[in-house]
Design a protein. Structure first.
Length: 165
């Protein structure tokens, strides 16, 4: 797993596209999938925050998502699609880590573009894989997705992004 900064250093173009997708509506908006205690998926909207070159989510203390992430940190994050055909998409998956450092919390609360609250629980989203999808030949019979993927290195030199059609 890597930080957003490490991902961005390995794949700056893909990270720029990802940042654009996360903030395409002004505030960070995405769906966060977590793993419930019974193993079923849980999916809720969240407002991700890029702060200090790290990717975070703030979650209210009563949310079941925070219990999921404390117990089993696996997550998947999918940006909201634009309400038009052919809008790009971003998918990020990895492991969430609870953050209790007060300086980091203060920075994330300051950098949040939504109405974040100091009572929210902070998690850093460490990254294992990323997929950016764009569409070719929009609104034609030849419309098709083009996926660009990246995987965090597993004890090897940093992987390069791949594009697949």
């Amino acid at each position: 797993m890597v930080t957003w900064a490490e991902f961005a250093a390995a794949e700056p173009e893909l990270a720029d596209a990802g940042r654009s997708q996360l903030y395409q509506f002004g505030v960070g908006l995405a769906f966060l999938a977590t793993v419930r205690r019974d193993g079923a998926p849980r999916l809720h909207p969240v407002c991700p925050v890029l702060s200090g070159d790290h990717l975070f989510v703030l979650i209210t203390p009563t949310s079941p998502k925070q219990h999921d992430l404390r117990r089993d940190g696996r997550y998947a994050l999918q940006t909201f699609p634009q309400p038009k055909a052919g809008s790009d998409e971003l998918y990020v998956a990895g492991q969430a880590l609870l953050v209790e450092d007060s300086a980091t919390r203060a920075a994330v609360l300051r950098d949040a573009k939504h109405m974040a609250d100091a009572s929210e629980i902070l998690f850093e989203l460490r990254i294992d894989r990323v997929m950016w999808t764009r569409w070719e030949n929009v609104l034609t019979p030849q419309m098709r997705p083009v996926h660009r993927t990246w995987r965090a290195p597993q004890g090897a030199p940093p992987a390069r992004a791949r594009e697949r059609r």
